[in-house]
Design a protein around this ligand. Structure first.
Ligand code: FAD
Length: 252
């Protein structure tokens, strides 16, 4: 079974920097694997398949792909081109789906959300553009055969089991298991594996369909909400004790 795993790098910081187009600056910023994607990776590793990891991002994301190969994935594809910059979720979905289509898998696994953009739209967008079924909010893959996947999905008021025919896309939620750690053989394999880089030219997309040009939405303004501090800071046990006594929290 061929599995495409979509993993996003997100900034490892609360100090978000913005470009002049009101988009997030990603190059040169410390990054981590999107926390939801850690669970998507685990779900993929538990299946007995050939895993190709896809990420759309700056060239520095190649290292992240290698770290997932070290965990057990087989290949890494980095979708990277300056012309992809400024992509909204639609253009992102379109670009990633064009890359996946080059080697159509049986199952596509995404995380449910990315902690920076947090729209949860990318997975569903990829599935609709590829014309395949999708199941979101998946807590567990119950079973997966050559032509079907059965999953447990979380609803607001309970859970349901859903079975879909492959090819299909599933979006994975946070789960209870411990993330895997890379073993030495995996690390050696990752070092020896070349990451495939796909640019706009390699995809069946025009420049007008990618990046900011291919994005039907735009960010008109980005700002940090004002933080209102209602509390007061006191230092020293005695002062805190007196203050707590004054407002009646402690007696004596
Ligand atoms: P979600 O949809 O919440 O992610 C869900 C899952 O989709 C993830 O867990 C992962 O499995 C998969 N996924 C999401 N993104 C990727 C990816 N890149 N590679 C592989 N898998 C992925 N972002 C920029 O980096 N640079 C920009 O210049 C930029 N400009 C933007 C301009 C506009 C107008 C808008 C609206 C957004 C812009 N963004 C930009 C944000 C970018 O569109 C989103 O980060 C991206 O579409 C993913 O959406 P999300 O973060 O909500 O992910």
């Amino acid at each position: 079974m061929k599995i495409a795993l979509c993993v996003k790098q997100v900034p490892d910081t609360d100090d978000i920097k913005w470009t002049e187009n009101n988009t997030m600056q990603r190059e040169g910023v410390e990054s981590i694997i999107n926390p939801y994607d850690v669970y998507a990776i685990e779900a993929a590793l538990k299946l007995n398949g050939q895993i190709t990891v896809y990420t759309m991002g700056p060239l520095q994301a190649a290292e992240m792909l290698k770290s997932i190969i070290a965990l057990g994935a087989d290949k890494g594809v980095l979708i990277s081109d300056k012309k992809f910059a400024g992509a909204d979720t639609f253009a992102t979905g379109k670009t990633i789906s064009a890359a996946i289509k080059k080697d159509m898998p049986d199952l596509i696994i995404c995380g449910q959300f990315a902690t920076d953009g947090d729209t949860g739209q990318t997975g569903p967008c990829i599935a609709s553009l590829l014309g395949i079924p999708q199941v979101t909010f998946v807590k567990e893959i119950i079973e997966c055969s050559d032509n079907k996947v059965k999953v447990l999905r979380v609803l607001e008021d309970g859970e349901e089991k859903v079975e879909v025919t492959l090819p299909a896309l599933i979006c994975i939620l946070k789960s209870d298991f411990e993330p895997s750690r890379a073993k030495i053989n995996g690390i050696i394999k990752a070092q020896e594996t070349e990451i495939e880089v796909l640019t706009l030219e390699d995809l069946d997309l025009t420049a007008d369909e990618a990046g900011i040009k291919g994005s039907p939405t735009y960010v008109s303004k980005a700002f940090r909400p004002e933080v209102k501090h209602f509390g007061q800071k006191y230092e020293g046990a005695e002062i805190i004790y007196d203050k707590l006594k004054e407002i009646g929290v402690i007696n004596g």
